[in-house]
Design a protein around this ligand. Structure first.
Ligand SMILES: CC(C)(COP(=O)(O)OP(=O)(O)OC[C@H]1O[C@@H](n2cnc3c(N)ncnc32)[C@H](O)[C@@H]1OP(=O)(O)O)[C@@H](O)C(=O)NCCC(=O)NCCS
Length: 205
């Protein structure tokens, strides 16, 4: 189906289940998730399901965009506005509680991964972009670009910078096309990760 009929709108509270499903399926095979959750695809999808369920439960302040093909959600992205990207202690505890069923070793790997990302986290104000995923089987059809254009328009209107992390080199090319540049690279759980920034139009950063 053509991307011309994909519609973008915020994800409603009653659509969380569908959004979690798209994120878990779409991100199942990312290298970081293989490192964190292991070689079995079904296990990875179950762990990601729990992880994103926890995130949606606690991170209500995030701006969401869903890409809909008719009534079907096919792409999801979220972004946190400046100053709101770090979860507060209580929120971290609630997210961890939702994830407890992934098992202690996997949970420890998630904490190590989050802490490695935390060490790269910029101290300048930014929109913290992510997660973004297009459903498996719908990737490479322009849906992710539609979502990125929507966020880029918002950031350009406020002239504020954006920041994101990624664990896939293919995604670096994708984000570069949407105005991001790589500002850092570091291994996370033994896999290369890239840290990218998109400048605000009229700020010093
Ligand atoms: C990354 C992602 C959101 C891009 O959305 P998309 O709809 O597939 O991308 P588009 O069709 O708009 O653009 C295609 C470009 O995206 C990049 N890309 C990254 N992963 C891709 C994939 N699995 N399939 C196709 N393109 C992919 C390529 O640079 C591609 O450019 P090319 O066609 O010149 O090779 C989507 O592929 C996805 O969900 N990937 C898995 C989850 C993920 O990595 N999320 C981001 C974590 S930081």
């Amino acid at each position: 189906m053509s991307k011309d009929i994909i519609r973008l709108r915020p994800i409603g509270a009653d659509e969380t289940e569908a959004a979690v499903g798209v994120l878990a399926r779409g991100m199942r095979d990312n290298p970081g998730h293989v490192a964190a959750f292991g070689p079995d695809p079904e296990t990875r999808q179950r762990c990601l399901d729990l992880m994103f369920r926890g995130l949606f439960r606690v991170a209500g302040q995030r701006e969401t965009v869903g890409a809909f093909d008719g009534e079907t959600l096919v792409g999801v992205a979220a972004s946190a506005p400046p100053g709101e990207c770090r979860l507060r202690v209580g929120q971290q505890a609630r997210a961890a509680a939702t994830m407890i069923n992934i098992g202690p070793r996997r949970l420890l790997r998630v904490l190590a991964w989050q802490s490695a990302w935390g060490r790269q986290h910029p101290d300048w104000p930014h929109h913290h972009f992510g997660p973004i995923a297009v459903d498996r089987g719908r990737q490479g059809q322009g849906i992710g670009s539609l979502i990125m254009n929507e966020f880029a328009d918002r950031w350009d209107r406020t002239a504020e910078p954006a920041y994101l992390e990624t664990d896939k080199s293919e995604n670096v090319a994708f984000y570069r096309r949407h105005g991001f540049t790589v500002i850092g690279e570091a291994p996370v759980l033994g896999r290369p990760n890239w840290f990218l920034r998109r400048p605000g139009l009229s700020t010093a950063h």
